[in-house]
Design a protein around this ligand. Structure first.
Ligand code: GLV
Ligand code: MG
Length: 326
């Protein structure tokens, strides 16, 4: 183990993160009974310029007046390059800060972006004598942000999670796709021809590299990596396939841009009972091995060692967190 200890951010369930446009009071009301782990009330791209100011007011009212049932509440503020942002932060923290857990920072580009916001939020919290510190979630969705993802992840003690914003990322990198998330048939390899000259087409995952890069930066600083939107909400299989790929790489959850995606995400990012039972057996077998002075033992015909305990503990802790959340 390195002498450098990675401190873990505030532990929260983040299997599903529901996006709700602040401009629509009916959607805000409906969202209050959603089973989403985290809900972000949006002021940015789902809100048209003329609706920005009323959306801010709706969000303040929704945070204060609706019963969110202990869910983790976030707001997605407007970009740091807009004149809306400072009032998003000032007005919402001053008027509803005690109901807010997180601020989502879109198009985070440099560590200085996070630093600037940290300063602003700290001043407002201190002035309001708010005891709870609001955390930050950063969307990595530009070439600038992805190139600087490491310094962004380490830029503030408030940082809790990094999110892959596939739509803006595709636009920023000029990637060839017009859908939000999911694969592109042009990103494929061809097998060598068989004896009849036939070749198979294997679709690849064009998002593998940026998601992996973001996961590494997030984990380096003890943050949660979260996969972003999947636009085609009628394609549940496509959503599940994308979620499973990002979960395999280490992501803890995925956005739901439609309420129907929430249960899917909760399910896909929860360990199965079978996995939890196996993890408990690994922990028990290793405890026994350590009593006997052994560093590694065989379980079900496979080698397990100290690293296996850590993986198993992560799984069991997640299962306990889910149980505690009800
Ligand atoms: C999310 O904000 C995205 O751009 O995908
Ligand atoms: Mg975006």
């Amino acid at each position: 183990m390195s002498f450098t200890i990675v401190e873990q951010c505030t532990a929260r369930l983040n299997r599903s993160e529901l996006a709700v446009p602040g401009s629509n009071p009916t959607f805000l009301e409906k969202a209050a009974s959603s089973p989403a782990d985290v809900i972000f009330l949006d002021l940015e791209d789902a809100v048209a310029p003329d609706d920005k100011v009323p959306a801010r007011k709706n969000i303040i009212e929704a945070l204060n007046d609706l019963d969110w049932g202990g869910r983790t509440m976030s707001i997605r503020i407007n970009g740091l390059d807009t004149h809306y942002m400072y009032r998003d932060v000032v007005d919402i923290i001053e008027q509803a800060g005690q109901h807010l857990d997180l601020i989502m920072i879109p198009k985070a580009g440099t560590a200085a972006d996070i630093y600037a916001l940290d300063m602003l939020v700290t001043q407002i919290e201190d002035n309001m004598k708010l005891e709870k510190r609001i955390g930050f979630e950063m969307i990595i969705e530009t070439a600038l942000g992805m190139a600087n993802v490491d310094e962004i992840a380490g830029a503030s003690k408030r940082n809790e999670s990094l999110h892959f914003g596939v739509a803006d990322y595709a636009a920023s990198t000029k990637a060839r796709t017009t859908v939000i998330g999911g694969p592109n048939k042009d990103y494929h390899v061809l097998t060598d021809p068989d004896e009849n000259g036939n070749r198979d087409v294997h679709w690849g995952d064009m998002w593998h590299y940026p998601v992996s890069k973001m996961v590494i930066a997030a984990r380096k600083y003890g943050l949660r990596p979260i996969d972003g939107p999947f636009g085609d909400f009628s394609d549940t299989d496509g959503y599940a396939a994308q979620a499973n790929r990002s979960a395999t790489l280490g992501c803890e959850g995925k956005w739901a841009i439609h309420p129907s995606q929430v249960e899917l995400a909760n399910d896909l990012f929860s360990p199965s009972e079978e996995d939890v039972t196996k993890a408990q057996r690994i922990i028990e077998a290793m405890e026994q091995a350590q009593k006997e002075g052994k560093g590694a033992v065989a379980l079900d015909g496979r080698l397990i060692d100290i690293a296996s305990i850590k993986q198993a503990e992560v799984m069991v802790q997640k299962a306990e967190q889910i149980k505690a959340a009800g």
